[in-house]
Design a protein around this ligand. Structure first.
Ligand code: ASP
Length: 356
């Protein structure tokens, strides 16, 4: 007879769910640790059909109670890292997550990590970890577009698929991934494309890596960019990251926002330009002056797909600007923050933007 035992140490934020199957304890299953950070997947509302809810309202042990099947694919341990809407995500939590994942994956007792996370900034956390986790073992982010109390909540199936992926051999060495709505997406390329649709995550430039359907995994491609075990970035000893701000481009723009972030102490500015990363003339003057003060400038684009190419309509070599290649502005910001922990040479930073 199947028998399920739960030991929950909520006060420590740590719990273990050993499972006894018809054949005994599932000791030979891979070990997957779930790090919970909050988001809609852990959200709750008053009505099954109301759109109002609070992100990060339930803890990871409650989430897992909705998916007891995960205990048939992995030995699950969990830790509550935070319980926030991911619009509140910050450098401190990123650094804490990277450090904890590096500790966990260095041990023989952990075969993979799943991070439950809000969808708003999931792509940023995924890319940050893609550059700072130093292991080949799978790291998978998962969330939901419908809260845990919603009709047709998508969290339980997403979580089941994410644990399957983190426990799988096929996922080893693929870098940090997002598992949502049956898609396996690579951290570098994935982005949130719709405000409310459960099929929100896409990879507009190069497509997703594969599919996960009721826990069955199929990969179709890999990213050729460096990640995780190949990364040169080390953050375990850091307490914070250099300040980098994003300035949005549009017609009839001014230089006011560029000047404001430079005055506020930004060490770098990512300009989400129009088209192939073009700034409005007055904004361009602000960017050139920022560069003159030693602030790094990345030319990215507000266009959802395509590359920003060197020396097209802007003379990057003359100004010492760096192009984002195919990284969107929010991920360019992450790579620049990490780059600035190592160098302030724009040529070196450009190399990083072409390699990661
Ligand atoms: N605001 C929520 C969050 O990112 C949305 C979600 O999880 O889907 O935490």
């Amino acid at each position: 007879m199947k028998h399920f035992v739960a030991m929950i140490c909520v006060s420590m934020g740590i719990f273990v769910l050993p499972m006894m199957t018809g054949t005994g304890f599932a000791e030979n299953l891979p070990s997957v640790t779930i790090l919970a950070t909050g988001g809609t997947i852990a959200g709750a509302g008053d009505s099954q059909v109301g759109s109002a809810y609070k992100s990060g309202a339930v803890t990871v042990d409650i989430l897992l109670q909705a998916v007891p099947e995960v205990n048939k694919i992995a030995q699950i341990k969990g830790e509550q890292i935070s319980n926030i809407g991911s619009q509140e995500m910050n450098n401190k939590i990123w650094l804490k997550l990277a450090k904890r994942i590096n500790e966990l994956l260095a041990s023989d007792e952990c075969d993979g990590v799943v991070i439950t996370h809000g969808t708003d900034t999931m792509e940023e956390t995924a890319y940050f970890l893609n550059l700072t986790v130093r292991s080949k073992k799978p790291v998978v982010l998962v969330g939901a577009m419908r809260s845990s109390t919603s009709m047709s909540a998508d969290g339980p199936m997403n979580l089941y698929n994410a644990v399957s992926l983190a426990a799988s051999q096929e996922a080893v060495g693929k870098g940090v991934m997002v598992a949502m709505n049956e898609k396996i997406s690579g951290a570098r390329d994935v982005t949130k494309t719709n405000t409310t649709d459960v099929a929100t995550f896409g990879s507009p430039n190069f497509g997703s890596l594969g599919r996960v359907f009721y826990g069955k995994i199929r990969f179709y491609r890999e990213s050729s960019r460096k990640h995780t075990f190949q990364s040169e970035f080390k953050t375990d000893a850091l307490e914070d990251l250099p300040r980098v701000d994003i300035v949005y481009g549009y017609a009839n723009n001014t230089r006011a926002m560029v000047d404001a972030v430079v005055t506020a102490g930004a060490k770098g500015v990512v300009h989400a330009g129009v088209g192939n990363g073009n700034p409005y003339p007055e904004t361009m003057e602000g960017l050139a002056d920022a560069r003159g003060k030693g602030v790094q400038v990345i030319r990215s684009t507000r266009v959802p797909s395509g590359r920003v190419t060197l020396d097209a309509e802007v003379d990057d070599a003359k100004y010492g600007f760096v192009v984002s290649d195919s990284l969107n502005p929010q991920k360019s910001r992450i790579l620049l923050m990490l780059a600035l922990t190592k160098t302030s040479d724009p040529k070196e930073i450009q190399r990083m933007f072409f390699e990661y």
